[in-house]
Design a protein around this ligand. Structure first.
Ligand SMILES: [Zn+2]
Length: 262
């Protein structure tokens, strides 16, 4: 049998009422009367707490609705702001002649071969690619920096537009222990009158003259080998009977004109 205690106790309190009407028993009920007064006080409090709770529930619901509405307002403003910012950035880009290029730029660079490695102007290139770094930069910086923020010389991997930029003899790779090549420039590329400063550069064609040997290549695996161990690779890859200075120069100029889709 299941009996709910509260119902049972309510029934007893009801029965007491009946007995009170039926018999003069008030003198027995001093303790019960005191208990009942105390119960009534607490029922009053219970009711008040219930009302407070209802009130709080209404406040919570109102706050949740307000939270939702303000969240939607923020999202709307962000979207409107993004459109506004795009407009402003478009204008800044046009005023500063910034353009987006689907293909990397190609420029010329020279390196020297020294101590069994290939060196740029300031640092060793252990592989045929380089990501620009700047001593003045903090993480997340837009590299290369503008000329106003950096240098001289300003940061970036440098390349020139024309072989004529180099002294006579360099363009045809006639100098010993030097390499001249074509690099693709990617990421942020700052264009100057005679050349570029780029965030990233990769070598796509290379001509090397080590003194007795001459190597000319645009094969990725050979370029990789030449940068990793130039002395060994030059011996292995020597182009016998090819590449006079004029041929080397023509090869490099052809490589520069190719784009990445061919
Ligand atoms: Zn810099």
């Amino acid at each position: 049998m299941i009996r709910v205690v509260s119902e049972q106790s309510a029934e007893v309190w009801e029965r007491l009422g009946t007995y009170r009407e039926r018999y003069p028993i008030d003198h027995l009920l001093e303790q019960v009367d005191s208990l009942e007064r105390s119960i009534q006080r607490r029922e009053g409090r219970h009711h008040a707490i219930r009302r407070r709770l209802d009130d709080l529930e209404r406040q919570v619901a109102a706050a949740a609705a307000e939270l939702d509405a303000v969240g939607k307002e923020i999202a709307g403003s962000r979207t409107a702001g993004a459109l506004l910012i795009e407009d402003i950035l478009d204008r800044v880009r046009q005023e500063n002649d910034e353009r987006w290029s689907p293909t990397p730029f190609r420029g010329f660079r020279v390196w020297r071969i020294e101590s069994g490695a290939i060196w740029g102007n300031q640092m060793c290139w252990p592989e045929p690619r380089l990501e620009s770094r700047c001593l003045r930069s903090v993480p997340g910086d837009d590299i290369p920096h503008s000329l106003l923020r950096c240098g001289p010389p300003a940061c970036g991997v440098y390349a020139v537009k024309d072989l004529e930029f180099f002294p006579a003899g360099v363009a045809g790779c006639e100098m010993r222990n030097m390499a001249i090549g074509v690099v693709t420039l990617a990421g942020k590329v700052v264009e100057h009158e005679l050349g570029y400063r780029a965030q990233r550069a990769s070598v796509v064609a290379l001509a090397i003259h080590s003194g007795r040997r001459r190597v000319v290549t645009d094969r990725a695996s050979e370029i990789e080998a030449l940068f990793r161990a130039p002395v060994d690779a030059i011996t292995r890859l020597e182009n016998k009977g090819v590449s006079s200075p004029d041929e080397a120069r023509a090869f490099l100029e052809r490589s520069q004109k190719e784009d990445t889709w061919t």
